[in-house]
Design a protein around this ligand. Structure first.
Ligand code: AMP
Length: 281
């Protein structure tokens, strides 16, 4: 695996490869590191669908509202390198913040039609604008044919779709299913902040989503959501930030019977923000 810290060197290397063979396709997997099976499933998918797979590891300061969250974000880079080599990733892009946001860099504000202000965006003002700024830079450096994202961050996938269309980019977005721990908890780099007991108990989030899925037809979705909200907010050590069902394409609360829906949930459990979701076709 080749590792590039400089965007200019990475672009030069990719240009050389693609001059040799213009049909070479590039798959891109942006991450913030502390890799787990969820990230690796994106790498595997990219490997199977492209000639070259580029993974980036960059803890993007502009998408963190909370400085403590940014400062304490796990950075096990040696382990990440081993995992990427094991999964035969071709290129790791590991830039410094100064390369992505050089002095004089102008942060953009994207017109996301309000997608960045609702649900997760309401809890984390500026977060999705930060995500769009870093992806705009990355897409212009890597110029991928395909980019891989996890369904785990559902709202992010809708925002990125909007960004790609706003920028007029010809990038195919590939959304991969949520990788879960054996007991059901959605994998996340932040799970390492849970102590072993909390990690085991955190399965209640996925169990509750599974209850909604099981009961929605017999008691109705609204009633199933009410029950779930009660269940999530009465767990010891848990604060329910939101539990909502929205149109999976637009994230709006309106839908017809045939629109796909998604239940989005965030629970703060013992100081760790845990996201999960359930698609309802
Ligand atoms: P992050 O490093 O948290 O920015 O995540 C990088 C990418 O991996 C994003 O597209 C995430 O949605 C995706 N991802 C994170 N956790 C999971 C998971 N449990 N299953 C599938 N994809 C995931």
């Amino acid at each position: 695996m080749k590792v590039f810290k400089s965007s200019v060197s990475l672009r030069k290397y990719l240009d050389n490869l693609q001059t040799g063979d213009q049909r070479l396709t590039v798959g891109f997997v942006p991450t913030m590191g502390a890799l787990h099976q969820g990230h690796l499933s994106l790498i595997d998918a990219s490997r199977s669908e492209n000639d070259i797979t580029v993974c980036s590891i960059f803890v993007n300061p502009t998408q963190f509202g909370d400085v403590k969250d940014l400062e304490t974000y796990p950075k096990p880079i040696e382990r990440d390198l081993d995992l990427l080599i094991e999964h035969e990733c071709d290129i790791l892009f590991l830039p410094e913040a100064e390369d992505i946001y050089p002095i004089g860099h102008h942060h953009k504000t994207y017109d996301l039609n309000g997608l960045d202000k609702i649900i997760e965006g309401e809890q984390r003002p500026g977060h999705f604008q930060g995500v769009c700024n870093v992806l705009d830079r990355f897409f212009s450096i890597v110029k991928p044919q395909r980019a891989y994202f996890g369904q785990k961050d559902f709202q992010q996938t809708v925002v990125v779709r909007k960004l790609v269309s706003l920028l007029g980019l010809n990038i195919e977005l590939r959304i991969m299913p949520i990788s879960r721990e054996p007991h059901g908890l959605a994998m996340s780099s932040r799970n390492s902040r849970l102590d072993p007991e909390a990690f085991q108990k955190a399965r209640f989030i996925h169990d509750t989503l599974a209850d909604i899925d099981r009961n929605k037809d017999s008691i109705g979705l609204e009633h199933a959501l009410d029950n779930a909200a009660k269940m999530l907010s009465t767990q010891d050590g848990a604060t329910l930030e939101y539990l909502t069902v929205v149109n999976a394409n637009t994230l709006e609360p309106e839908f017809t019977n045939t629109d796909p829906k998604v239940v989005l949930v965030v629970v703060n459990y013992r100081g760790v923000r845990l996201l999960d979701n359930l698609l309802i076709q």
